[in-house]
Design a protein around this ligand. Structure first.
Ligand code: TYD
Length: 206
């Protein structure tokens, strides 16, 4: 049986890492087999590409180069990690995937959905997520919670306007794709965790 593919999306500081950790603890306790992976990265080559993309010193990187590097990392990650795991029937949890490119490069950088879809054709057509958990918190609230950005990360160095455009991009994607489920994460981390497990249980993913 083909495995299930669950992706997690959200703006900077939305608490994705914490939520993924809490979900994995739950799955471990229940003995549910899964793999947890992330983008950009998740395989040796993709992690090397990640370093180039996020390096705060790479200020001259063009928007198109950035989008293509994310797509290249994704292709390698898909081939090397995601597809084999799905073929083994595993539950694949992925921290960010193609919706990040649509929100960050497509909407916030202004490259447009058509361009992003074209360079991510394989991921979008052959391997779309079965469900996407969107951790919904506006960037200003998320920044306050996180107490500021990581100064060395090229993406986090972008201002609030940029992150508001990312958020707008996600809201538009959630309208367009029914697989994207918005989870209001304005409450405590345990409240958000309960909402995520309830959603995934009700849909038969866990
Ligand atoms: P990371 O430190 O993993 O951020 P987070 O913890 O918020 O997920 O860095 C990933 C950064 O890359 C993040 O700013 C989002 C950005 N990104 C894109 O712009 N496009 C993409 O396709 C992906 C996968 C990530």
């Amino acid at each position: 049986m083909k495995g299930r593919f669950v992706t997690f999306e959200g703006c900077e500081g939305s608490g994705k890492s914490t939520q993924l950790r809490l979900l994995c603890e739950y799955l471990d306790k229940n003995g549910t087999p899964y793999i947890l992976t992330r983008e950009p990265g998740g395989s040796s080559i993709a992690e090397q590409i990640r370093k180039i993309i996020l390096d705060g010193k790479n200020t001259e990187m063009s928007d198109e180069c950035e989008a293509l590097l994310y797509a290249a990392a994704r292709e390698q990650h898909l081939t090397e990690v995601i597809i084999p795991a799905l073929e083994k029937g595993l539950l694949v949890l992925c921290d960010r995937y193609v919706d990040s490119s649509l929100a960050y490069q497509g909407a916030a950088r202004g490259l447009g959905a058509e361009y992003i879809e074209s360079i991510n054709m394989h991921a979008m057509r052959a391997y779309p997520p079965d469900i996407t958990v969107f951790l919904d918190i506006p960037p200003a609230a998320a920044f306050n919670r996180k107490h500021g950005a990581d100064k060395d990360d090229r993406m986090e160095q972008q201002g609030l306007d940029f992150h508001n455009r990312v958020y707008g991009g996600y809201l538009a994607l959630a309208e367009k794709y029914p697989r994207i489920c918005r989870i209001d994460c304005g409450g405590t981390k345990y409240e958000t965790n309960a909402k995520i497990t309830a959603l995934l249980k009700s849909r038969g993913f866990i």
